[in-house]
Design a binder for this molecule. Structure first.
Ligand code: HPA
Ligand code: ZN
Length: 347
């Protein structure tokens, strides 16, 4: 596998990450440490045990271990440590803007207060913005395998923290839980000023993407692979420039797209779609954002131009304002020029 000299460019190019679940950044070391501190029983003794368990056949087999692992996170300080570890890692990979999902119901359903979760995450976001200069937005995601009433109660609870949350999302088991189920809560959320995104077309059909757009009125589609099954939908998503947050290593590890050389990022770009590259659940799928870009270089022979387009797509697709987007585009071009100049000087 060759990197065509592109790995240093991937590492250094400024970028945004728009699809990462904070619960999916829980590394085995922290999981075991927090479980022991909090007296939580887990079926693992060592980091090796945890890693060995990470063989997934599909989305549900992953979700089972994801919800198990997160039981170790309990108090405000745990949420802080979890988020801070991700922000540190993301900054080290030159992520300048991170829009991060959290799953309130994965915590409140085991007796943890919404306030504990949001306070810990928000504290970390404030400190990370200070310490690393990274810009952060939190997206509250509803578990679609739970009833809409549960999502609605979560939304009501979130209202007092509205200024700390930029949007709502929809995740967990997609098949059998169509967007229609959440039309009311998304309408309510949008009326309250939240932006909307949804996982759609990951394991579910193109119809779920249609209804995410028409009923939930989403600004982005998370994953969206099955859009490509439907020409009319592909055309609509490209004409409306609704961005897609693709996650290569996630799609590989969950057996959605195997082998990775068939990952459709180039097809998406050729069809005029706006894909971005993201890590989803990096502690479970074997890599953070840069490893995801690198996997595409190794498996698809992604070129320098394509990497730059994908990094710029991530800025376009982010929920930062126009001025900040302009600054970030400029940062990308400057970083690129410097990298190329440096290379010339050395060779
Ligand atoms: N899909 C659905 N739900 C999730 C995911 C995902 O990739 N990661 C965490 N929750
Ligand atoms: Zn996801």
């Amino acid at each position: 596998m060759s990197d065509n000299g592109l790995f240093p460019i991937i590492a250094q190019i400024p970028k945004a990450e728009l699809h990462v679940h904070i619960e999916g950044t829980l590394e085995p070391e922290m999981m075991l440490h927090k479980a022991s501190k909090n007296g939580i029983a887990l079926p693992y003794k060592t980091v090796d045990d945890v890693r060995k368990a990470y063989r997934f056949s599909d989305l549900q087999s992953f979700l089972d271990l994801y919800y198990l692992g997160v039981n170790s996170i309990v108090d405000r300080n745990d949420y802080y440590d979890l988020a801070m570890a991700y922000f540190r890692k993301a900054s080290s990979q030159n992520v300048r803007r991170a829009e991060v999902f959290f799953d309130p119901q994965a915590h409140t359903r085991r007796g943890i207060d919404f306030s504990t979760v949001i306070n810990g995450l928000h504290d970390a976001a404030v400190d990370a913005q200070d310490r690393y200069g990274i810009s952060i937005g939190l997206i509250m995601s509803f578990l679609r395998d739970l009833p809409e009433e549960s999502a609605m109660r979560t939304m009501e609870e979130a209202l007092q923290y509205k200024k700390w949350i930029i949007g709502v999302g929809l995740d967990s088991k997609e098949l059998g839980n169509p967007p229609e189920k959440f039309a009311n809560v998304f309408k309510r959320a949008r009326n309250e000023g939240f932006l909307a995104v949804a996982h759609a077309g990951e394991e579910g059909p193109a119809e779920y993407v249609w209804s995410s757009i028409k009923l939930l009125k989403v600004s982005r589609i998370d994953h969206g692979y099955h859009i490509l099954d439907d020409d009319r939908l592909s055309l609509k998503v490209s004409q409306e420039r609704i961005p897609l947050t693709a996650c290569p290593l996630s799609a590989l590890k969950l057996n959605h797209i195997v082998p990775l050389s068939s990952f459709p990022i180039r097809n998406m770009m050729e069809r005029g779609l706006v894909p971005t590259v993201n890590s989803d659940d990096p502690a479970y799928f074997g890599g953070y954002i840069n490893e995801n870009y690198m996997a595409l270089v190794a498996e698809l022979g992604l070129t320098l131009d394509e990497i730059v387009i994908l990094a710029k797509n991530s800025v376009f697709a982010s929920f930062i304002g126009y001025e900040k987007k302009r600054d970030l585009y400029e940062e990308i071009d400057t970083a690129l020029m410097e990298l190329i100049e440096n290379e010339r000087r050395v060779s």
